[in-house]
Design a protein around this ligand. Structure first.
Ligand SMILES: C[S@@+](CC[C@H](N)C(=O)[O-])C[C@H]1O[C@@H](n2cnc3c(N)ncnc32)[C@H](O)[C@@H]1O
Length: 220
């Protein structure tokens, strides 16, 4: 018997991939049962939103699993559409998204459970430390552009969506969710399922996927 066939690291890699596939199928099935026959999310083009905003130079920002140039262009375009834009995000990590919008937003707030991995940030960025599940959103104020990019598991997405809609928006706010697609463009049903279950039924038909990005947007 050729024992090299059973290298443990190879086995781990294969089984993790299978687990991810199983989990993906699990959420796709849940999605189909709940929303399959009643909701077809419309896809819109990035250009229809960004207009004349110059795209970000992707080589400055891209990293695996994170925001793409398209995602950052989208966020910047939305922030740029507001005078003195107030921006709030859940999920700071390397600060890529918040640094990208800082040039076009007057005030930026970014919340993360971990300390920010960022130095020399401009003064109009406020770093908030905490778990979004326990954060006091009711005291944070109202914002023009909201970016939800924290924990991407169902219950967290649902709860973050609910809190943002309940506490942080005004009539003209825009909400952007990240990672509605994976790195090769497949829909992430767990994320979408969380988003839709975090909002009231009448808003669900206004959710849009944006081509050329991993984002979904809602202009309530
Ligand atoms: C995908 S990263 C955010 C990437 C960031 N928006 C960027 O463009 O660089 C997700 C971040 O969410 C944070 N996070 C995960 N769960 C969280 C929670 N419950 N509350 C707040 N932040 C959370 C993680 O610590 C991580 O830094």
């Amino acid at each position: 018997m050729n024992l090299s066939l059973f290298r443990p690291e190879q086995f781990k890699r294969v089984s993790r991939r299978h687990l991810e596939e199983d989990e993906g199928r699990y959420w796709e099935n849940r999605w189909d049962r709940r929303f399959g026959n009643i909701l077809d999310i419309t896809t819109i083009s990035l250009e229809s939103i960004t207009g004349k905003i110059l795209p970000i130079n992707e080589s400055n920002y891209i990293y695996e699993g994170g925001c793409t140039g398209g995602d950052l262009t989208l966020l910047r375009a939305y922030c740029n559409a507001f005078t003195d834009c107030r921006y709030f995000e859940i999920g700071t990590w390397l600060g890529t998204s918040v640094m990208a919008v800082a040039g076009v937003a007057a005030e930026c707030h970014t919340l993360d459970i971990c300390p920010p991995e960022i130095t020399n940030a401009p003064g109009h960025i406020t770093f908030l430390r905490g778990n979004s599940q326990h954060f006091r959103f009711s005291r944070a104020g109202k914002f023009d552009v909201l970016f939800i990019d924290g924990d991407h598991r169902y219950e967290y997405i649902r709860c973050d969506t609910q809190n943002v809609l309940r506490y942080l928006i005004h009539r003209g706010s825009v909400i952007v969710w990240h990672d509605c697609r994976d790195d090769i463009g497949n829909l992430r049903y767990e994320v979408l399922y969380g988003i839709l279950n975090g909002m009231s039924e009448n808003l669900r038909h206004s959710l849009r996927l944006v081509n050329g990005t991993k984002c979904a947007v809602l202009v309530p």
